[in-house]
Design a protein around this ligand. Structure first.
Ligand code: NAD
Length: 372
């Protein structure tokens, strides 16, 4: 733990908004309480895996957090260790590689381990971190499949450590408004959702994201998970079955993983919603139709620039640093014992849907979605 610097106006606005949205939801009162923060105390976070997301988003966000700070790193690349140590003033004793990682158990500077690795490694490092006595944030998608998610949840429970998933949009004001509008039935019952997320993959054809063993799948695992989440948190319900189809226009690039996937989810009561994901289309919207109006976000899922409107006009919420709000909230949950609004169970619920989508792609039929 470390003493906190002054709270910046930007952080204050972000965290206040997160709190307001959670209050509106009602079901997450403890989550609202968890946004307030304790002055003077900061928990140490160690990032495991210093790739694009750690470099571009998490480390910069940790310069803005008030409940936690970048205390350590775990990397297999000695040059990165040197660079990060200098850039972020990280002491040598807080730097680990994948072989020495378990010694983190003896390091009181590290309270939380944040797993930012390729998906196939999430389970191993989450379980090792919990066994080392650390609380864990694991990036999305939580694991290769729901069975692995269950193992991760059980391991953290057994070690009496908290587990959270890097679902930053639960702290983003426009997305929180959509949760409120849908779950509180502000425009009466939601009667339809059309939801899409994707980007045109132009990266390395040999990257882990295109390798099924490391990524678990393609656009569905990486991008579709946001659309599945978005539908679940708009309705505040769990889907019971799914029917999916796919399209592959670049089989040489996406030989191992899905390119574009379309699905229909069925909810209790009979509501059916539409979703799609892609590594070959630039999509990012959530559109909800309700009995007495409609609401939508576009762009819906980025790090910033989120925009929304309802039948009554445009939404007016600030853009915040989502990662800073997400990590500050988890640090506060760890400090106070409040429940995180994005626990491992949230990751599991998305993976249950994704597992059923892959089954449906195989069978060509509607597939039941297992209960969490
Ligand atoms: P990346 O490829 O940029 O970085 C992955 C890191 O893992 C690299 O530093 C790499 O060296 C390391 N690594 C360790 N073992 C490896 C192995 N066996 N194979 C390949 N790399 C290995 O990936 P990223 O974009 O930083 O994604 C990491 C995780 O973060 C993924 O789960 C991804 O879905 C998630 N992510 C989340 C968001 C978000 O908005 N929440 C955004 C981007 C990425």
């Amino acid at each position: 733990m470390k003493t906190s610097p002054k709270l910046s106006r930007r952080n204050f606005i972000g965290l206040s908004m997160a709190g307001a949205g959670a209050l509106a939801l009602g079901s997450t009162v403890s989550a609202m309480a968890s946004c307030i923060g304790q002055p003077g105390k900061r928990l140490g976070i160690a990032l495991v895996g210093l790739g694009g997301y750690s470099i571009g988003q998490l480390a910069p966000a940790l310069q803005q957090t008030k409940n936690c700070y970048l205390a350590g790193i775990v990397t297999g690349t000695p040059a990165k260790a040197t660079e990060w140590a200098q850039k972020y003033n990280i002491p040598q004793k807080n730097i680990y590689n994948y072989q020495t990682f378990d010694h983190i158990a003896n390091n009181p500077d590290i309270d939380i381990v944040y797993v930012v690795l390729p998906v196939a490694l999430h389970k191993e490092y989450t379980i090792r971190a919990a066994k080392a006595g650390k609380h864990v944030i694991c990036e999305k998608p939580m694991a290769l499949n729901a069975a692995d998610c269950r193992e991760m949840i059980a391991a953290c429970k057994k070690a009496n450590r908290m587990l959270s998933i890097g679902y930053r949009l639960h702290f983003e004001p426009h997305n929180m408004e959509v949760m409120r509008l849908g779950q509180k039935q502000v425009f009466r019952k939601v009667t339809g959702i059309d939801n899409a997320n994707g980007f045109t993959y132009g990266g390395d054809p040999n990257a882990w994201r295109l390798n099924k063993a490391l990524a678990g799948g393609g656009g569905l695992m990486d991008m579709g998970i946001y659309a599945i989440q978005g539908t679940r948190y708009t309705l505040g319900m769990e889907p019971i079955s799914v029917m999916a189809t796919q399209e592959k226009t670049k089989p040489e690039l996406f030989k191992d993983v899905d390119e574009t996937v379309f699905w229909e989810l069925e909810f209790p009561g009979g509501l059916k919603t539409k979703g799609k994901s892609s590594y070959n289309h630039d999509w990012g919207y959530l559109k909800a139709q309700a009995e007495r109006g409609k609401f939508e976000l576009e762009p819906a899922y980025g790090y910033g620039g989120i925009q929304g409107k309802t039948s009554n006009g445009p939404m007016d919420f600030p853009q915040i640093n989502q990662q800073a709000a997400q990590m500050d909230d988890f640090a506060h949950c760890v400090m106070t014992g409040a429940h995180t609004r994005v626990p491992g169970e949230e990751g599991l619920k998305d993976m249950l849907v994704i597992d059923a989508i892959y089954r449906s792609l195989d069978t060509g039929k509607w597939e039941k979605i297992q209960k969490a």
